[in-house]
Design a protein around this ligand. Structure first.
Ligand SMILES: Nc1ncnc2c1ncn2[C@@H]1O[C@H](COP(=O)(O)OP(=O)(O)OP(=O)(O)O)[C@@H](O)[C@H]1O
Length: 252
């Protein structure tokens, strides 16, 4: 679905990620794990073409969507983002009503029919388990919701566009434990429907929700993927000493 070939990222001429090759498969969850500063978030930013608006950022290598270079598939980043949604660590609802958050996302992508918008709004709010909590106050400000509800609204907003890929950058780490668990369950429920790439520092969470894992490490001051594979194989049967030390909490 979405993949990279030898992707390297620089900021102001300093390489921070070297030759990363990953593939997120349809319906599966890929976790990117590793110590801070190895370029995991930057890789997500490149997949969503956000690096194009980061001053000093440059990306080399290939990003493919369904096997084709993304620059050939999508005319603009707006088109790309309709298919590749992004969820950030800190929930970022628009400062407007709950309803408008979803409506605006749909408007931006050319959907204007009111009945269709209402139907999609209910469907995605149900999908994220928020409908019962908010259906009687859809016109209230999204910023009045709790952090966990805001994060689920942001996920609903992304789902409204029916993306094939969801990129999630530590989506639970700014939430209280109960909200974090709900969002984690939500990610689990996405298995089979979306390709999910999630950056997480929570190794127990990676183990619970990921089908496959890529482990990042700093080599000579530059981030690299040092191992990747099926979650059980990485956690239980890696022969890489660094990976074992990191996953067992002895290093990193
Ligand atoms: N906009 C930017 N300009 C310059 N350098 C940046 C920028 N964003 C990130 N970096 C640098 O790139 C390197 C990789 O950062 P990145 O956030 O991608 O790593 P990470 O593995 O996701 O870290 P963490 O797990 O802490 O989020 C770091 O040295 C960081 O300081």
């Amino acid at each position: 679905m979405i993949s990279t070939d030898d992707l390297s990222i620089e900021y102001n001429g300093r390489t921070i990620l070297r030759r990363a090759t990953i593939a997120a498969e349809p319906g599966r969850v890929l976790a990117l794990v590793g110590p801070s500063g190895c370029g995991k978030s930057s890789l997500l930013a490149a997949l969503n073409q956000m690096t194009e608006i980061i001053p000093g950022a440059s990306v080399c290598g290939t990003i493919k969507f369904n096997g084709q270079d993304i620059r050939d598939v999508f005319e603009t980043s707006v088109h790309l983002r309709r298919h590749v949604g992004m969820i950030f660590q800190k929930p970022n609802p628009f400062p407007m009503s709950i309803r408008r958050n979803i409506e605006l996302a749909l408007h931006q992508h050319g959907k204007h029919s009111k009945p269709a918008i209402n139907e999609i709004t209910e469907t995605v709010l149900r999908d994220v388990g928020l409908w019962e909590e908010v259906h009687s106050r859809l016109d209230r400000p999204a910023l009045d919701l709790s952090g966990g509800q805001q994060q689920r609204l942001c996920i609903a907003r992304a789902l409204a566009l029916q993306p094939q890929v969801l990129l999630m950058d530590e989506p639970c780490s700014a939430l209280d434990p109960i909200s974090a668990e709900r969002v984690e369950q939500l990610i689990e429920s996405m298995r089979g429907k979306y390709s999910v790439i999630i950056v997480t520092h929570n190794l127990a969470q990676a183990r619970r929700i990921a089908d496959h894992v890529a482990v990042f490490w700093m080599q000579d001051g530059v981030g690299e993927i040092i191992e990747q594979g099926e979650t059980d194989a990485i956690f239980d049967a890696s022969t890489n000493a660094l990976v074992n030390a990191y996953l067992s909490g002895r290093k990193g």
